[in-house]
Design a protein around this ligand. Structure first.
Ligand code: FAD
Length: 404
């Protein structure tokens, strides 16, 4: 395992830091509109100097950098207050898929504008009955009468950033007469098509980052197909695989803030909560978990630096990190008493911050693979335990009771 940057990577890191020092925007704005505009400007600025999509090939306007340079930039950028990133799904998952399977015209049309932050993309995969089991997708795409066009009808759900998106990649069932994974096809759709309706889902945190998306008679050209007819499952694996490469710096902010709050908050008998024995036991557990995540991450980065793809063992990090975040914010809310749940302009900066994290942390245990699914992956692919029984694997989708 390599713990330190190579001399070239260390120089790259120095250059990144110097550039960020000079270029991070001074003002992000407070309204949704201002933040979106700041995000677009920031992405354009990064793209202009080769920090927009570091690993993208020169052929498509990227700098052709290494995956490790990408990790370095992400790490360094996370030390600054930068605009929110509405491009993460498009640039992280959708466009890599387009580059892998799209035809030349499609790549020419979409890669550049996405890289420069001019267009936003979303991922239309999950459905009310197809999340963990994406192969059970029921959104239908059928050939328009006598034409090569397709008509899409169905519903997607939990679509992050659909409300800002210009385009989306959508997995559809094109053949219900073959087993579920074989009858799927991927397309790109225009999110501004009159047949696409985006409805926000209000979260318990108060935000509405994701949406239900209804597709009613959305007509797409055959040239909007990504990959072969019936090859959608394979294409979706390309999309999901890119998620595993997103090995950014794990946020340490909440950990530092927790320690700070525990030092300042009186516990039993008026001594700082940090002196409390039961809290110290929790801190020790979280510390050990943090160290394990750090080393797992180092292992993944070593694989990336050698041009390999991190293996399924990388799933450990999300299970542990998301659970820890939830436990830590819960402990903080209890420790801070009323300051744990209220926030406002007259209170200290830390008031309410853990409450917000407590309400968003459960989503992290679901997004990108639930805890249970990741544990299944670890059991089957890392530990070599017997696979789950998959009774519908060889059955035509229309004959699966939930497939009708
Ligand atoms: C913050 C967030 C952002 C998201 N963004 C997007 C997005 O942009 N685009 C998109 O398409 N989707 C998105 N999703 C959806 C996400 O991919 C799904 O929520 C996830 O795959 C789980 O699917 P589900 O919600 O249908 O739950 P289900 O799959 O119905 O699971 C319900 C429960 O059953 C368990 N379970 C299911 N199958 C098994 C099994 N085989 N073994 C053991 N336990 C099992 C699960 O672990 C879970 O506890 C997002 C979700 C979140 C929380």
């Amino acid at each position: 395992m390599d713990f330190n940057d190579s001399p070239e990577d260390a120089e790259y890191r120095r250059n990144v830091r110097a550039w960020l020092d000079q270029n991070v925007p001074k003002k992000i704005g407070s309204t949704e509109h201002e933040k979106l505009a700041a995000a677009k400007d920031w992405q354009a600025k990064k793209a202009a100097v080769g920090y927009g999509c570091i690993t993208w090939p020169k052929e498509w306007g990227g700098p052709g950098g290494t995956a490790i340079q990408n990790v370095i930039f992400t790490e360094e950028e996370s030390n600054y207050q930068v605009p929110p990133n509405p491009f993460r799904i498009g640039l992280g998952m959708c466009l890599p898929t387009v580059m892998a399977v799209g035809d030349e015209d499609t790549k020419k049309r979409f890669v550049g504008p996405a890289m420069r932050g001019e267009e936003i993309w979303c991922q239309l995969f999950s459905e009310p009955s197809a999340g963990s089991d994406l192969g059970a997708s029921r959104t239908r795409a059928v050939r328009a009468d006598g034409k090569s066009d397709w008509i899409i009808n169905g519903q997607k759900v939990w679509t992050t950033l659909a409300q800002y998106s210009d385009y989306g990649i959508v997995i559809c069932r094109t053949d219900p007469n073959v087993p579920k994974h074989k009858g799927l096809t991927m397309f790109w759709v225009d999110m501004k098509d009159p047949g696409v309706k985006v409805t926000p889902i209000r979260q318990m945190s108060g935000g509405a980052e994701f949406n239900e998306v209804f597709l009613a008679d959305v007509r797409v050209k055959d040239s909007q197909r990504l990959g072969a007819v019936g090859g959608g499952w394979k294409v979706s694996l390309i999309t999901l695989m890119t998620e595993r490469l997103a090995v950014g710096k794990l946020s340490g902010a909440n950990w530092a803030q927790f320690l700070d709050a525990a030092r300042r908050t009186p516990g039993i008998g008026g001594t700082p909560a940090l002196k409390d024995q039961s809290l110290r036991e929790k801190l020790a557990d979280w510390y050990v978990q943090d160290e394990a995540i750090k080393h797992t991450r180092n292992r993944a980065m070593t694989a990336i630096s050698k041009g390999q793809i991190p293996g399924p063992e990388n799933s450990i990090s999300k299970i542990i990190a998301a659970t820890k975040l939830q436990e830590l914010s819960h402990a903080a809310v209890e420790m801070l008493d009323q300051y744990g749940i209220v926030s406002g302009p007259y209170l200290s900066e830390s008031a309410g911050q853990f409450h917000a994290t407590l309400l968003t942390a459960p989503g992290l245990r679901i997004a990108g693979g639930t805890d249970e699914i990741l544990r299944n992956i670890l059991a089957e692919r890392v530990l070599g335990l017997p696979g789950e029984i998959r009774v519908d694997k060889d059955v035509a989708f229309r004959d699966v009771p939930t497939g009708r």
